[in-house]
Design a protein. Structure first.
Lengths: 300, 300
């Protein structure tokens, strides 16, 4: 890691440390940071260097070590989404969230299941679709899962975390206004309703400028920024209610108190899983992925 | 059919005929009525009679015949959700939508896939989960599908209609304020986003009173009404935008102009189906329905 990158990561560590200090004062049990929180969201540039240098080991990188200290100090579970370098498997990169127990132990990691191919989100040039399935982490404060960024557009992704028992599904994101702001208040809130769980929508804030100009495949001239990350983080509950959103222009800490009993209470009332007919859908989905699939279209 | 019931159905035919007349003046191509539109939503009573007498043949019942005339007269596709009596299969009842072509021909029928077991929605006493899968109807004005009422809570239901090619998914409903009003603006709108299609949320309006008192399994005294059907019908587009809602207290006709090109344009931009990883989900769902399924829970 170059000294320049080290300086940038260290500054972000310091910044987040201050925020977590406030969270601790508020009695927070579980904190989740934004997607790829230790780096600029530089994938729009399509440059590999220096950005891939931000990738770290999920198990013992400097950011995970930093979070372990923080977790232990504050008796807090930390969800730390980073760019992961997996040296065991050929130095592959992944978009990964590391789950750190309130004891300071690394509980494990979970990877982004769906990778965008839209606009400046050229992420598929940097890492592949996750291979960790739909793990749920039994923390001291509830069963949590992490649906990273673009995965929020896929209702099945939310569903499988819920089928595995998640009470809270975090959605650490980095997304810009022009692309997704009209969808942002709907998708995670629907997921909370559909899955009888809490969802936490977390977005980056601000506009990031890059030294080298790049084009966006939209016929416009080359430029130096990606668009505005609109923040607006919020929390949704199983009953469809939601918290106010954080600012769309400045950093913030959203503290939400969740009564996890509401998950089972809502489920016992509605029970979408009991009426979900998943055998039928497993069968229909299997057929729909076959080469010889013929859509069921009725003609006159 | 008793003369009393005949009178009630005929009055509703007259009423809807007047509304469709206005729709025709507006140039409407496809109209969809509310769920079980020819009858009171009487399932809360748990009485079989006289309510089951409202059930008709989907193919040649008086309501289908009425709709055929109307469709032909106005060159309009009609989606007519009724209580169906299937005499070919042992006089079973179904919650069914009949699709009538603008030529007046019956294109086919599609049944409610998910049946609620919540509050006063005792519908599972009257009919079973539909067995018509996720048919899409290629009409002269677009490919349409019908997700009846409670099916809107199940993202997979919307998905499969979309996988089969639906450009517009109608959601004829009869649902009351206390139960679902907080979810109503979210679910169908999310379905439009997630599936790159239009969705039409249609709800009954008003409060229906029943002669015989009934209890609701909520510890309260017996009563004569079901609660208020809150109307608020609206249309959602693939880009996440939506129309205003109709009144929550009076009947209405919502006319929406949809550019169906927006479905493919949105899909070509985002393409959630390409990044959907349905093979993985078919496999995970299959496993999740097995008796020996063990949720993927990571312990410290």
């Amino acid at each position: 890691m170059s000294s320049f990158l080290f300086l940038q990561i260290s500054s972000l560590h310091k910044h987040i440390s201050d925020i977590v200090e406030v969270a601790a004062m508020c009695g927070v049990n579980i904190v989740c940071f934004q997607e790829a929180w230790t780096m600029p969201f530089a994938f729009c540039t399509r440059e590999k260097l220096p950005w891939t240098e931000f990738a770290e080991s999920a198990e013992d990188g400097i950011t995970t070590k930093f979070c372990q200290e923080l977790a232990k100090k504050h008796n807090m579970v930390i969800v730390s989404p980073i760019l992961e370098r997996d040296s065991v498997h050929g130095d592959t990169l992944w978009n990964t969230a590391v789950i750190i127990s309130n004891t300071g132990a690394v509980m494990g990691k979970t990877r982004k299941n769906h990778i965008p191919r839209v606009g400046d989100f050229n992420e598929s040039s940097y890492y592949m679709e996750g291979n960790t399935g739909h793990r749920v982490f039994q923390t001291a404060f509830g069963r949590i899962a992490v649906n990273i960024c673009y995965g929020r557009h896929h209702p099945l992704n939310w569903l499988m975390y819920s089928v595995n028992g998640a009470e809270i599904i975090f959605n650490p994101s980095a997304t810009i206004g022009e692309l997704s702001e009209s969808l942002w208040p709907i998708e995670a809130r629907n997921a909370a309703i559909a899955n009888h769980c809490f969802t936490c929508s977390i977005n980056r804030v601000g506009t990031e400028h890059f030294k080298n100009e790049f084009t966006s495949g939209d016929g416009k001239k080359a430029h130096h920024d990606f668009g505005h990350f609109y923040g607006s983080s919020y929390v949704s509950a199983p009953d469809g209610s939601r918290s106010p959103g954080l600012s769309r222009v400045s950093d913030g800490l959203l503290v939400a108190e969740m009564d996890l009993n509401l998950c089972r209470q809502t489920s016992d009332k509605w029970n979408f899983k009991m009426t979900g007919r998943y055998e039928m859908y497993a069968d229909e989905l299997t057929k729909a992925t076959q080469m010889d699939f013929k859509p069921n279209i009725v003609q006159e």
